[in-house]
Every structure is written in C-alpha cells, then in structure tokens.
Design a protein. Sequence first.
Length: 386
Amino acid sequence: MFLFCINALRGSDPRKWLQNRYWLLGVAWLSIVALSYFWSLDKVHWERTFQVKFPLILFPLACGCMPAFSARQLQRLTLLMGWILLCGIGYSLSFLLRDYDKYLLEYRWSVLLPTPCSQDHVRFSMALALYFIWCLFLWPWLQQRTGRVGLALVLAVIVIYLHVLAAKSGLVALYLFVAAWGIYVSLIRKKMAGLLIIVAIPVFLLLAVRYIPTFSERKDYIGYAWTMLREGDRSGKYGDVNRLMSYKIAKELIMDHPWKGVGAGDMMAGMKEGYEKYYPQVEDKARLLPHNQFLIIALGCGIPAMLLFSAWVLYPLASLGRRRSFSRASVTGRQVFFIVMVWLLLLFQLLIEPILEVQFGVFVYLFFLWWIGQSMPALADPLAEK
C-alpha cells in the first residue's frame, strides 16, 4: 500500500492536497482519533486502533492523484483479482471437503467455514459481492469471448460459494444489488429483462435452501436467533441479539462522554464495564464493540468526531452530484447507478459492522469505493463509441 501511495503521490503538488475536501475531512476526524491518545489509558490498544485506520489518510489521496487506468489495464487487473479470489474460495471450501459432517453440524450454531484474512468471513464475502458488481459493470468492455466466458465462470463460482458460506453481509449485498439492478434495467428500457432479474431472486433463494445444506442450516439459525430476541433473550449467545445489546451500551457511554468519548484506546474496556452494568450475564468472550462504525467513532472520540466522520462518509455521494470528486470527467447515468450502489452497500456495512476497525475492512472499504469510483469515468468514452 505504501509503495502504491508513494508512486501515486510522486511529483504531485502538496498544495493541491488542500483542495481535496474529502481528504481534509478524513484528516479532521482522524486527527481527533490521534488526539484521543491523551485521554486513553490503554496506549497499546490506541496504537493498534490508529494504525489500522492510517490508510484512510493516504489511500484516497493517492487514488485522487494517480493517472486513470486504461480499459485494457482494468481488464487485466479484474482477471487477476478473479484468480486471487478463486484461490481464497478454494482455501475455504477445502475445509468443507475434508470434514463435511463437522462443518455442517457447526453451521447449526453459526460457526461458518474458515476464510482468508484471519477467518474474516464478513469482509471476505463483502469483497466477493463487490467484485461481482464491478464485473457486471465492466462486462461491455470485454471484447474477447474467452475473457467473457472465463469471467462468467468466476462469477458463477462466486455466487454459489456465497450461498455455501452463507455469510449475511455478502448475501445481503448481492441480493440488494440484484434487486436494484432489475429495477434500473426496467426503468431504462428493458422491462421484461428487469422483471426476470427481480423474479430470479426468490427462485435462487428457494434453490439454495433446497440444495445447499449450509445455507439451509444458516437460515434456520437466523430464524431461531430472532425467535430468541422476541422472547427477550439477553444471554449474548446469538449474534444479532448481541449486536442490539452492544448498541444500547454504546449509546449510554456516549451520553456519559459526549464531547471527547472514552478514548480510542479504552473503547473495549468501556464496553466491558457497560456489559457488567446492563448485561452481567453475558460471558466475557461475547462482549464486543458496537457493530456500528458511527457509534464506535462517537464512543471513542465523541459526537463532534462522529459528525466529521459522517460528513466524510457522505462526501463522495454529495460530490458525485456535482460530477467531481471521483473523476476528472463527467459520469454517465449507468456509472452513477453503479457508484451509488457500491456506496450504499458500504454504508450498510458501516451501520452493521465495525468495518474500519480491522485492516481487511479498511481495505475493502477504500479499494472498492475508490477503485470503482476512479475507474468508471475512464471507461465512459469507449462505451459511448460502442
């Protein structure tokens, strides 16, 4: 990442960096994270928290300064990414093939298949879903039949694997995009094609429940967890229930420390104290940070930092309306649809996951938001000519 940033920023005028409002907003809220060092007791945890977020300063600035990729370069990079993701899928499925009965049984208790990057199935499934979206956008620029056939096979494997893995984040992102894509296709000119896309959603879900055992077990577990929620369970044994409990604790802590938070280094310690106060029956290993990035920023650094963070999150979408920020050129309606959908799906992740608290999450957020945003305008002219 550092080599990429150095290469992209080489020769750029630092005075122009100050004209990048997105970068300035990022520096502003991350500066508050840095200053929270002085009111954080756990300096080691603060250091880890800040180190994980440091790419948020460099990567968007580098993406804004780098030259636009050509269509050929994007095709090569897309195919390379496909092979890398296939290797990750193969690694994950190898566990299921070696011990099928064991992992099928564990799915009954929401223990999913191992995945790359420290068993981070949430971010891995999200990366696969976003890659699927990117490939659909790039499809018109694939001139060679072999390239299209190869990429279609990769996408088919990804769709099947997402159902086998049955991670909610990736599947929800996939189906939300497919539904929106069907509506978009219907509105522009192809009503029948759009209708078929939308109808395919329940069909695929029914087929997955019937023929993919891991998906079926996962569905049953999620239903059981929500039943326990309605019955008032507060044991912390069920992920979705525990997520809601973490929200309540975080809100109470934020109200007690509204201006500067508890300190980025002391968030976990503060949450554990909150669990002791409100939900003492929850085991220590089940006590977690609030699965909402906005609450995490407010918890660690206060409401002012959260407001700056919110402006930073919203800025790419707001600037897209002015046809700036992401590109040096105007964007087409099709490009706007894809960029907005990627932004919305990443926003959804910010609302339900601590995506920026782990390195893989920071990568998924930055890479797909900025790579797709920067690359799409470069492809506008070829499509128009076609």
